[in-house]
Every structure is written in structure tokens, then in C-alpha cells.
Design a protein around this ligand. Structure first.
Ligand code: PMP
Length: 424
């Protein structure tokens, strides 16, 4: 039985209901959803969840086996036997949830062990672990106070953007990785204001790196703190896996790091790493730290096991980059535009959104699962199909990915006709 609408619930588009309001006051559901319906072709959400099945370590959609190239599990650790065993043991020992927030009974020895291990790994004075990477970024808000100025790359992740919105600092958005634009904005800003520059380390949509050397020198010149979201690079980049600082050989470049345990670490959770007093302050002021249940024991234990692998098996990073290079070179050889990517995030830039969607669909019919990305995640004219390559992709997977893009791209007329790609 459908629920009868309440008198004030005059949503015209739900289950065909069209009810007269008793109240003349605008209904908040009605207002938002009517606006969506007026832009039916542009904004109407289409079902884009594809419920995947897993069997014996392989992924299936509607019974069809797929090469999974959409997950951020760069090192393939989410299914690593030692990571899975650690998660299972912790769940047996502690239960499925910590069932409380950090300050009121939700701090387990596992959390403190994870914080100490991450601090040692990142050579940071202190670390706080959060329940997701999104929350780690939101936790920055108390640092961005009234009268301060925050400079944020336009391509930063949504969670960094939200942190800026949550804080009270003045905002300046600089063009993506445009150091001249950033400098112009720094130069005209009040010299007496406290400042922070916020950037992703490895940009999540196009796989390009932040310009760390230039960012550090601008930050130093203008007295700004540099805050880097290492969600995609920590674990994956640099000889020791410590992220962009390790990659650029600038261990002291970043004043405060945020990060996630849901990508290179194959688990879920987030963290902030930096000076002990700053972490202490955020532990006691950040609402996304205080008012949420702490990371589940299984996830904390999985991240700990993953960290050991990250520290001791650099060959996994090398393999992820090798897979990415072969896929990227193959795609470029076919005639696709893969942008500035130098990492296991490989974009296939189509420009128009419809083309990204069409390419994504065609590639899927060839048995390869990727993600189609359009505005607001990327600028309107830079829609793309995003590939996340993993250390665990096999040579056969690489061939299947390239074959799928060759067939799909030719069917859609996006690339010239030619022989099947030869993986390099
Ligand atoms: N930062 C960046 C750059 C990300 O790409 C993401 C997730 N896509 C996050 C933060 C949020 O991390 P999580 O998924 O752990 O919440």
C-alpha cells in the first residue's frame, strides 16, 4: 500500500501523486524535485548503480565476467589474503562495529596502533584516524577561521571543497595546477592574513600530480601552510609509498596531510597527519571526528595489514605503474586522448558527456568495467572515461582492456580504424 501523502507533502512527481497543498507555503521536496524535472534531459538522475557480484576473486555484472578497472584498489590489497585474514580476525575479536565515537568509548587499541604506525610511516608527529577520507578532509574546517584566506585548486576533491565551505575563511579558487594564477591570488591577498593552500596530491579524475615543488616555494614565500590530500598517492607513489612528498623527494614539503584508507590501503577510513598540537586541536574540535562512530575494527586491522605490505613490497607499486604505462601507451597508440596522466589513474578524455557515456557503455559490452565521469566532477568540456589500474591486473586483463577500447572506439568513430592493438 503506498503511503498516503501528508497534506504538506505535495510532491507532484513521486509515484504519480499530485496532491493539493492545504498550505500555501512552498514545499521543500516539491521545489527541488520540480526544478530537476524541468531540466529533465540535463539533470534528471538516471539509474547508474550497477550492482556487481563477486565470485572467487572475480567480478560479474548480470552473470558476465568483467575486467574491473574502476576501483581505486591500486595495489590490489582489498583482496590480499593477509589483509582479509586481519579483517576477519578483528571482526571475530571486536565485533562488526566499534559502535561509538572516538571520545566516548569508540577508541580501540587497534585505532591507536594504526595511528602510531601511520605516523611512523609518514614521519609525522601525530595522526588521527577518521571513519572515511571524506571526513578527514571535513575535519580541516576548524583550521580555516574568520579573517584567514584559503587558496584551493579548482580540481580538488569534493570533500576538500566542502571543508572550505564549512570553514569561515575567505576563499580563493585557483585554476587547476596553474601556479601563475595561484601566485597572482597570493600576491594581492592581505599580507597579514593567515593563509593555507589546499591541493590534492594526485588528482583523482585525470591522474595528474600536483606541482609540489612550486607549491612549496609559493607557500614559503607568502607564509601559507600547505595542506595536501594524499588520498590517491599515499601508499602508491614514491619509492617508499609515502606519496607525492616521496615522489618529489621533498619529505618536509607538506605542513598537514589528509588521506584515505580506501584506495591504496584496500580498506576504508581516513586520516590526518601533521604536527602533534594541530592533530590534538582537530581531535577535539572537528565535528566530523567527534560526532561519528569510529572506523570498524575489521577496517582498522585491514589497514594495518595493508600498511605492512605497502612498507615491505615496493614491487606492487612498480607493477601498478607498469600496468598503467602499458594501458596508457596502448590507448594513445589507438588514438585516444589520455591527458596528463602519469599514474594508475588513466582518463580517456572524450570532451562531450554523451560520448563518455557511450564509450563507457560500449566498453562494458566488451567486458571491461570503467567509470564515466562528467561535470561537476570534471569541467563541462572534459568528460571522460576513467580507468583505475591495479597491480593485480594480469597481462590478459591489459589485452582485454585495450581490445575493448579499440572495438568500442572504432564503433563510435572516436578513433581511426586499424588492426587490433598490440600491447607493449
Ligand atoms: N579525497 C580524494 C582526492 C578522493 O578521491 C576521495 C574519494 N574518492 C576522498 C578524498 C574521500 O575518501 P573516502 O572515499 O575514503 O571517503
Amino acid at each position: 500500500m503506498p503511503r498516503p501523502p501528508s497534506p504538506h507533502f505535495c510532491m507532484k512527481i513521486s509515484k504519480g501523486w499530485r496532491v493539493e497543498c492545504e498550505s500555501a507555503v512552498a514545499d521543500i521536496f516539491d521545489k527541488q524535485l520540480t526544478a530537476v524535472m524541468q531540466h529533465a534531459t540535463r539533470m534528471r538522475p538516471r539509474a547508474v548503480y550497477n550492482a556487481l557480484e563477486a565470485r572467487g576473486g572475480e567480478v560479474f555484472l548480470g552473470g558476465k565476467r568483467l575486467v574491473m578497472a574502476a576501483r581505486n584498489d591500486y595495489l590490489g590489497l582489498s583482496g590480499h589474503p593477509r589483509v582479509v585474514a586481519a579483517a576477519a580476525d578483528a571482526a571475530r575479536r571486536w565485533g562488526a562495529s566499534a559502535s561509538a565515537s572516538r571520545l566516548i568509548g569508540g577508541t580501540l587499541t587497534l585505532h591507536e596502533e594504526l595511528e602510531a604506525r601511520l605516523a611512523a610511516f609518514l614521519d609525522a608527529e601525530a595522526v588521527i584516524v577518521t571513519t572515511t577520507g571524506f571526513e578527514a578532509n571535513l575535519a580541516l574546517a576548524p583550521l580555516l577561521g574568520r579573517g584567514d584566506i584559503v587558496f584551493s585548486d579548482k580540481a580538488n576533491h569534493a570533500s576538500l571543497i566542502e571543508a572550505v565551505r564549512l570553514g569561515f575563511a575567505d576563499r580563493r579558487w585557483y585554476r587547476h595546477s596553474d601556479m601563475a594564477d595561484l601566485e597572482r591570488k597570493l600576491a594581492v591577498a592581505d599580507p597579514d592574513a593567515a593563509k593555507a593552500i589546499l591541493t590534492d596530491g594526485l588528482f583523482s579524475m585525470e591522474g595528474d600530480l600536483c606541482r609540489l615543488p612550486e607549491l612549496v616555494s609559493l607557500a614559503r614565500r607568502y607564509g601559507a601552510r600547505l595542506v595536501v590530500d594524499g588520498a590517491h598517492d599515499i601508499g602508491l607513489l614514491g619509492p617508499g609509498g609515502r606519496g607525492v612528498t616521496d615522489h618529489f623527494g621533498l619529505p618536509d614539503a607538506v605542513d598537514l596531510h589528509t588521506g584515505t584508507l580506501s584506495k591504496g590501503f584496500g580498506s576504508i577510513g581516513g586520516f590526518l597527519a601533521g604536527p602533534a598540537e594541530v592533530i590534538h586541536y582537530l581531535r577535539h574540535t572537528s565535528r566530523s571526528v567527534i560526532f561519528t562512530t569510529s572506523i570498524p575494527p575489521a577496517s582498522a586491522a585491514a589497514a594495518l595489514a595493508a600498511l605492512t605490505i605497502i612498507e615491505t613490497e615496493p614491487e606492487r607499486r612498480a607493477r601498478a605503474f607498469e600496468v598503467a604505462r602499458r594501458v596508457r601507451d596502448g590507448l594513445r597508440g589507438l588514438g585516444f586522448d589520455t591527458g596528463e596522466s602519469v599514474t594508475p589513474i588513466v582518463p580517456v578524455i572524450t570532451g562531450r558527456k554523451e560520448l563518455a557515456t557511450a564509450l563507457w557503455r560500449e566498453v562494458l559490452t566488451e567486458g571491461v568495467f570503467t567509470s564515466a565521469v562528467s561535470a561537476p566532477a570534471v569541467p563541462e568540456e572534459r568528460s571522460l572515461v576513467r580507468l583505475s589500474l591495479q597491480a593485480t591486473h594480469t597481462d590478459e586483463d591489459i589485452e582485454r582492456i585495450l581490445g575493448a577500447f579499440a572495438h568500442a572506439g572504432r564503433r563510435l568513430g572516436l578513433i581511426p580504424a586499424g588492426p587490433p592493438p598490440v600491447p607493449v
